[in-house]
Write a protein that binds this ligand. Structure first.
Ligand SMILES: CC(C)(COP(=O)(O)OP(=O)(O)OC[C@H]1O[C@@H](n2cnc3c(N)ncnc32)[C@H](O)[C@@H]1OP(=O)(O)O)[C@@H](O)C(=O)NCCC(=O)NCCS
Length: 183
C-alpha cells in the first residue's frame, strides 16, 4: 500500500467484547435499539416483529437475574453493537449440566465484518471453559451463512438438521445444530 493509500484508509473502529454483569439505562436502550434493527433485518433470534420497548427492556434486564445466563457485549466506538449469551441448563438438569449453549448471538448490520462476532464466540468459549462446560452448543436457521461460517471456524461440528426449525411467513425453515467438545 502506498503512503497516499494509507492516508486515505479510514482509521480502524474502536472495538471491544466483554462479559458484563450489569448494564446502565443508556446501555439497555442501545441494546434494545440494536435488537430492533436486527429484528427488522429479519435476523432477530426468533422475533419476527419488534416487540414493545418495555418488553425488550424487560427481556434484556431479566438476563441479569437468571444465574444460568452470561451476557457478552460487543461495542463499536463505545456503542453496543450486538451480543451473545452463554446459557447453562437449569439447576434441575443435573445430567445436562456439562453443556453451555450460545443464544441471542447477533450483531447490528453496521457492525459486521470487523471480526466482532468471532471475538464474541471465542469469549463465550473461554467463559464456558471457565464455568466448567464440557460441550459448547449452538443452533441457527440454515440460511444464516455468517453464523454457520463462524461456528465452523471455531471448530464446531454440525450434528443435526431440523426441518421444522422456524416458521416464517407460513414457510418452515430448517435449522442446523452445532456442537464442540471442550475437553
Ligand atoms: C452471525 C453474525 C453475528 C456474524 O457477524 P459478522 O460480522 O457478519 O461476521 P463476519 O463478517 O466476521 O463473518 C464471519 C464469517 O462468515 C462469512 N460470511 C459472512 N456472510 C457470509 C455468507 N453470506 N455466506 C458465506 N459466508 C459468509 C465471512 O466471510 C466470515 O468468514 P471469514 O472471516 O473466514 O471471511 C451476524 O451475521 C448476525 O448478526 N447475523 C444474524 C443473526 C444470526 O444469524 N445469529 C446467529 C444465531 S446462532
Amino acid at each position: 500500500m502506498t503512503e497516499e493509500e494509507k492516508e486515505k484508509k479510514p482509521p480502524s473502529p474502536r472495538l471491544s467484547v466483554d462479559e458484563v454483569t450489569n448494564l446502565d439505562n443508556v446501555d439497555i436502550l442501545e441494546l434494545c435499539e440494536t435488537t430492533r434493527v436486527a429484528i427488522l433485518a429479519h435476523e432477530g433470534f426468533n422475533w419476527l416483529t419488534p416487540p414493545a420497548e418495555k418488553t425488550l427492556e424487560s427481556f434484556w434486564k431479566s438476563v441479569f437475574i437468571i444465574p444460568e445466563r452470561t451476557l457478552i457485549i460487543a461495542r463499536m466506538e463505545g456503542q453496543i453493537a450486538g451480543c451473545c449469551q452463554l446459557v447453562r441448563p437449569p439447576k434441575n438438569n443435573e445430567a445436562g449440566a456439562f453443556r453451555g449453549n450460545i443464544e441471542t448471538f447477533f450483531l447490528a448490520p453496521w457492525a459486521r465484518g470487523h471480526n466482532l462476532a468471532k471475538t464474541m464466540l471465542r469469549k463465550a468459549e473461554d467463559v464456558a471453559r471457565a464455568q466448567g462446560c464440557r460441550t459448547l452448543e449452538c443452533h441457527m436457521a440454515s440460511d444464516q451463512q455468517a453464523a454457520i461460517a463462524i461456528c465452523e471456524w471455531i471448530g464446531m461440528d454440525r450434528w443435526g438438521i431440523k426441518e421444522r426449525y422456524a416458521r416464517i411467513n407460513d414457510v418452515f425453515v430448517p435449522g442446523y445444530y452445532y456442537s464442540k467438545d471442550l475437553d
